[in-house]
Ligand binder design. Structure first.
Ligand SMILES: [Mn+2]
Length: 356
């Protein structure tokens, strides 16, 4: 019974060479337990990256004693100037799929259709499908299957795959690369798995969470799937923190971070001194940079105490709070008043800012 491993959207690039290759090595290590490795597109960030990295990629791949199928995605097409991927010299066990390929592994038929701007599958394609004999049939592609609810992200190509093509193949399962979020859907009774990107490439919501590759076990009567976590890929983590407690909060959350993570921190709240804040931000970044792949601190909704204090409604609010403070001697109460003042100023300022 064959077992195959699937990974997608590795985006190997010259600019992030050591990171992207470390993920590839982990995938290869996992692939040892499987009969073949399928890379479902955008293995290279651009065609130029494929040209520059093909030797190192081949060297690492050669050690694997089974086949690696490399399906073309839209990114292998970028900056290619019309040159085909198959014109590049890869290791012998790397099988390039640039158009359509039919692959048989024991009791499994695979129909792999590479990314195309215009899919034009003629009568030969239908004939090939009709001649398939195995009980298990899987479709592989790269793009967004027509009917998928997905908002195309910035700088992302639409790369639509017509559902008609998959319906003609009539597979037990379709596994698709391109969308970086890992998800499973059903369109016109076809099970579609977007295996998601195996690395953190673009800093977006769809790349949050643990990066995974997909393993399939093909029995005579069933296909079972399993996701395998990729530690070397790290995670993209986003936090919203109040400026007044960012240092202490970062101290706590940083315990979860790995050296492959990308961290984005958005800070909000009231500040008194912008220069002090910039110094503090630099201090934090310098402190944590060696423990992560990247860390950024962005200001969102920060306002100056000075500006807030000029607002009449805030003056009135502070008058009431100060009056209460003046009459009170209980230390615990006074602490609460201090906290209430800070939150109050912040909330009123935010409301004022949103009204402007
Ligand atoms: Mn893609």
């Amino acid at each position: 019974m064959p077992k195959i491993l699937i990974a997608s959207d590795l985006h190997l690039s010259e600019s992030e060479k050591s990171y992207s290759f470390s993920v590839f090595e982990e995938i290869l290590e996992n692939a040892k337990n499987y009969d073949a490795l399928f890379l479902l597109g955008d293995t290279f960030n651009t065609f130029e990256d494929a040209e520059k990295l093909k030797e190192e990629f081949s060297k690492k791949s050669e050690i694997y004693d089974k086949n690696i199928y490399l399906l073309k995605g839209n990114h292998e097409y970028l900056k290619s100037g019309g040159i085909a991927l198959s014109k590049l010299k890869f290791a012998d066990n790397i099988k390039i799929i640039e158009e359509t390929d039919f692959i048989n592994i024991e009791n499994l038929d695979i129909v792999a259709v590479a990314y195309n701007e215009n899919y034009n599958l003629g009568s030969d394609f239908i004939k090939e499908i009709e001649s398939l004999k195995e009980k298990n049939r899987i479709f592989f592609g790269h793009g967004i299957v027509e009917g998928t609810l997905w908002a195309i992200e910035e700088n992302e190509e639409s790369a639509f795959i017509p559902i008609e093509i998959i319906k003609k193949v009539n597979p037990n399962l379709a596994v698709i690369g391109h969308i970086h979020k890992q998800m499973e859907i059903n369109i016109e009774n076809i099970n579609i798995i977007y295996s998601g990107s195996v690395r953190v490439w673009r800093k977006s919501k769809s790349e949050m969470g643990i990066r995974k590759c997909l393993a399939l076990n093909i029995d005579d009567n069933s296909i079972t799937k399993k996701y395998i976590d990729l530690k070397s890929a790290g995670e993209y983590r986003v936090y919203n923190l109040n400026v007044s407690e960012m240092e202490s909060k970062i101290e706590i959350i940083s315990k979860d971070w790995s050296n492959k993570d990308i961290i984005d921190i958005n800070i909000y709240g009231i500040i008194e001194d912008e220069i002090q804040l910039e110094i503090k931000k630099k201090e934090i970044i310098n402190k944590y940079l060696e423990f992560v792949r990247e860390i950024n601190i962005k200001s969102s909704n920060l306002f100056f105490l000075e500006n807030a204090l000029n607002e009449n409604i805030i003056k009135e609010f502070l008058n009431i709070a100060n009056e209460f403070e003046f009459k009170n001697n209980n230390e615990e109460d006074l602490e609460i008043v201090e906290l209430a003042k800070r939150i109050g100023i912040e909330k009123i300022s935010l409301a004022l800012q949103n009204n402007k």
